[in-house]
Design a protein around this ligand. Structure first.
Ligand SMILES: Nc1ncnc2c1ncn2[C@@H]1O[C@H](COP(=O)(O)OP(=O)(O)OP(=O)(O)O)[C@@H](O)[C@H]1O
Ligand SMILES: [Mg+2]
Length: 274
């Protein structure tokens, strides 16, 4: 199963990807988290801390300077450019290399190709993509099984979402994650662009932001916060393998208290984990 996390810059892709990876691993899945951003930060959201994240990024960048040996196989790639994160998630950094060796499978490889190669038996690969729609445009059949489109209630994020939904079309199941939602009008704004796709709400959560400021994973510092609990519901929804029918009443204005139940619209059929 290959899940790609896409959306405009700064909308919460890395936060969602990292937290979801940890939660799916806790549910017993084998999870590989692929950081395909040119500014790789997924390690922080996974809970290995800024120093370890930087160290892993430096190994990847060492390809440019000759300090890192090239990897010749997929498993070699996972070993050289990866490390274990909490809950046994394997983090692999695959940021783009400016001057790849022609024909080298490790430095010239694109994230979309890697997704398929890293999938392996029974493994879930979660790809934290570069901001924007570039990778979605390049995705070929079979390179992803599900798009998680993270959308914030802002005009620019909505515009990127509109383009992403158009690009993906009916080729792949797509689930909209409405992130940093504060109230019903925020939700309505995201839902309006969702074009019938399921929408899962992750509320605005100051504890998520604080974790980020401290270089920590929200799941480690704010496990019971409304935002993390909403991502837990997203993990449960994916693991159940089918979309919940819409039952929720309109979102109340966000107040401290229990996490809102993710609100889901119109099933698109199963997005099975295996
Ligand atoms: N639900 C939330 N509530 C509050 N803050 C959030 C929430 N989700 C994400 N954030 C904050 O938003 C900021 C951007 O999040 P993140 O780095 O995950 O976005 P991104 O889409 O990966 O960004 P980029 O495009 O730069 O890679 C971070 O400071 C993060 O803590
Ligand atoms: Mg990011």
């Amino acid at each position: 199963m290959k899940i790609v996390v896409a959306g405009k810059g700064g909308v919460g892709k890395t936060t969602i990807a990292g937290t979801l990876a940890r939660l799916l691993a806790r549910r017993g899945h084998s999870v590989l988290a692929l950081d395909a951003d040119s500014n790789p930060m997924l390690g922080i959201s996974l809970g290995i801390g800024p120093e370890e994240t930087d160290a892993l990024v430096a190994v990847r960048q060492g390809l440019e300077t000759g300090e890192t040996e090239h990897a010749r196989s997929t498993e070699g790639f996972v070993g050289r450019f990866g490390r274990d994160a909490p809950d046994a998630v394997r983090l692999v950094v695959a940021s783009r290399i400016e001057r790849p060796d022609p024909g080298c499978p490790c430095c010239g490889v694109s994230p979309e190709r890697l997704l398929g190669e890293l999938e392996g038996a029974g493994r879930i690969v979660i790809g934290d993509l570069e901001a924007g729609v570039g990778t979605l445009l390049r995705l070929r059949d079979g390179q992803a099984d599900l798009v998680l489109l993270v959308v914030q209630p802002s005009a620019k994020s909505i515009e990127v979402a509109r383009r992403a939904i158009e690009i993906v079309g009916s080729r792949l199941p797509l689930l909209v994650v409405a992130n940093r939602v504060r109230d019903g009008s925020d939700f309505d704004m995201v839902q309006a662009v969702a074009d019938g796709h399921e929408v899962v709400v992750v509320p605005e959560d100051s504890e998520i932001e604080r974790a980020d400021q401290d270089g920590q994973a929200p799941i480690d510092t704010a496990a019971r916060s409304p935002g993390v609990r909403a991502i837990e519901e997203l993990a449960a929804l994916l693991a159940r393998g089918y979309a919940l029918p819409s039952t929720a009443s309109p979102l109340a204005p966000m107040a401290p208290g229990p996490a809102p139940t993710p609100r889901v619209r119109q099933g698109l059929g199963p997005a099975r984990l295996h």
